[in-house]
Design a protein around this ligand. Structure first.
Ligand code: GCB
Length: 587
């Protein structure tokens, strides 16, 4: 390209700078199962620079090499300010709290390959929202979606010490999931583990083990050059060879495994070997299905005594740890809960892993939340990819009993087509689990007419009668009129309570108000035949930029426990008594 005077110019339009870094896409297709693999952690110190004007693309900051003199003067990754990853930039400095835009992260890596033809895979736990990966000065690819893991083979770009730059950008855009507007804090950054994996050239990409009727089924997916895999499950006395075609194979054997259940969360050691590669996992086998209005675990009707939870922490934001997860589960158990709804995006990989060990059941969802551009093919591809990455990551986890497709989305033809496609994808990637969503009920007739309810297996409704809506009797009408032959779960209910507020029961935000709210809710729901589960909103107070009244001050205060994750509100005890009664009746 040249200008009128014939001078060479690289880009004519400003947006071309960014358009040059759109493809290749990094997607679920290149995702690698890293379960129990020994990785080389890249957590820790990284250089970082905020880049609100995308200067780094214009000046090609990513081309800085170890021995090259920087071509631009504005940033040098070797002299950068540093931050600790995983991290969210909102908490790096007070002035970054509401920053939305692009940030560069830089770090040198070593070639850790132990054999010359081994593959070197970069694995990123999550980057909110759009990540562009540059290795050794080259653009490798772009990933969309803020809460799912991705991997990319960087073997051909690493020589000795090599600079890795990851540009992460979190613009709120109408074509993303979530879109412009949502009720939690818009954290940006690389908020989960980053690691390198050194794998043999021929390796296992994924394993999916499950129960199907009376059979144990193990799908194996490897690189194309392998002709068989070995599957060992010692507790089943199972050791079998699986022939692979084009790298894919399936083992199906009749077996009677000891079943995983909330009361007996038994996990089987499963080892798959192919060529010189091995993947090891601990997998629970259990049945999950619905029958009429009930959810059945191993054939037993099971009431979902739940609680919703966001992934948020006063100190670390979206960054979580096994200790934080275990504390979450301890509180859920203390409440008497057996079920958590992981709102409103995929949570950390360790959540389902620890829930497997502890016998808690989970609803895992993607952020198809509120108004989404359902008619945009790009948004559709993004949603499908986020779902595929979530399902592939967590489908070996017995604790995950439901895939959640959407939350409070309006019934329109484009939305129904979009979510029907997602449902089909989920069933294709994982035929073993029911699908759920928080549907909308008709406000006038108080009936469930949302056509999404026809597509999914477990119908959720978020209702706030006594808070946003006044008349609690309307909830009874909804339940009485519910006539779908599918489980109905109260997938959210709650009210903002300020911990320690001793105001009277008719003053919003007081502890007494909260207690009365839940008493009314419980009185309406308890024993009602239509209801298969109750999942209050939510375990802890969480940050939300849109919540700015006097009691909120940047926090959604519907937690049963305050934001310090220590101070119980009285509503916690109201619910605990309810679940204790249910536990007694269930015997
Ligand atoms: C809802 C949303 C949830 C909000 C909640 C609230 O219905 O699903 O994301 O945080 O209400 O507190 O209003």
């Amino acid at each position: 390209k040249s200008d009128l005077a014939g001078n060479a110019v690289t880009f004519l339009h400003d947006e071309d700078y960014l358009n040059a870094f759109q493809t290749p896409h990094i997607t679920a297709d290149t995702w690698l199962n890293v379960t129990n693999r020994q990785g080389y952690a890249l957590n820790g110190d990284w250089g970082f620079a905020i880049d609100p004007f995308d200067t780094g693309f214009r000046q090609r900051w990513f081309e800085y090499g170890a021995d090259t003199v920087p071509r631009a003067h504005d940033w040098n990754p070797y002299q950068a300010e540093t931050c600790t990853l995983p991290g969210v930039w909102n908490l790096f400095a007070p002035e970054l709290f509401h920053f939305e835009g692009g940030v560069w992260f830089a770090r040198q890596i070593d070639d850790i390959r132990t054999a010359p033809d081994n593959r070197l895979i970069l694995h990123i736990g999550a980057a909110n929202y759009c990540a562009r990966v540059f290795v050794g000065g080259r653009f490798i690819g772009r990933h969309l979606g803020g809460s799912t893991p991705f991997s990319v083979d960087i073997s051909d770009h690493v020589q000795g010490r090599t600079m890795v730059l990851i540009h992460v950008e979190n613009h709120r855009q109408p074509d993303r999931l979530p879109s412009h507007h949502f009720d939690w804090l818009h954290y940006g950054g690389l908020h989960r583990d980053i690691a390198l994996y050194d794998l043999p050239a021929e390796h296992i990409r994924d394993v999916f083990a499950r129960l199907d009727g009376d059979d144990v089924v193990v799908d194996v997916d490897t690189t194309a050059g392998l002709s068989f895999a070995q599957v060992d499950i010692p507790a089943l006395n199972l050791s079998a060879e699986v022939p692979l075609t084009g790298g894919q194979g399936q083992l199906r054997v009749a077996a009677k495994p000891r079943l995983w259940s909330p009361d007996d969360p038994f996990l089987h050691d499963v080892t798959v070997t192919a060529g010189t590669d091995t993947l090891h996992d601990r997998i629970g086998f259990r049945h999950i299905e619905t029958s009429g209005n009930r959810v059945l675990i191993n054939g037993q009707p099971t009431f979902l005594k739940g609680v919703c939870v966001h992934e948020d922490d006063a100190e670390t934001g979206r960054v979580t740890s096994p200790e934080d997860i275990r504390r979450r589960f301890r509180h859920a158990r203390e409440l008497g809960a057996n079920f958590l709804r992981l709102a409103h995006y995929p949570h950390h990989t360790d959540v389902a892993r620890i829930a497997d060990e502890e016998g808690l059941m989970l609803w895992a969802e993607i952020p198809a939340y509120w108004s989404i551009r359902f008619d945009d093919p790009g948004t559709r591809a993004d949603a499908q990819n986020q779902l595929a990455e979530l399902v592939r990551r967590d489908r070996n986890r017995a604790s995950v009993i439901l895939w959640g497709l959407a939350n409070e989305t309006a019934d329109t033809p484009p939305r129904n087509a979009f979510l029907a496609d997602l449902a089909a994808l989920a069933r294709r990637l994982d035929p073993s689990r029911p699908l759920a969503a928080a549907c909308l009920f008709n406000q006038d007739t108080l009936t469930m007419q949302d056509r999404l309810a026809q597509v999914i297996d477990v119908v959720g409704i978020n209702q706030y009668f006594g808070w946003y809506d006044d008349n609690i009797n309307d909830l009874r009408r909804i339940l009485d009129q519910y006539d779908l032959n599918k489980p109905l779960v109260i997938s959210e209910t709650g009210c903002d309570v300020l911990a320690g507020d001793q105001g009277p029961a008719d003053a919003a935000n007081s502890e007494a108000f909260g207690v009365r709210y839940y008493q009314n809710q419980i009185a309406t729901v308890e024993g009602h035949d239509a209801v298969a589960g109750f999942v209050p909103w939510l375990l802890y107070d969480f940050r939300s930029a849109r919540r700015q009244n006097g009691a909120q001050r940047g926090w959604n205060r519907k937690g049963l426990i305050a934001d310090d994750k220590t101070t119980y509100k009285q509503v916690f005890h109201t619910l605990r008594d309810f679940y204790a009664r249910l536990n007694e009746t269930e015997g």
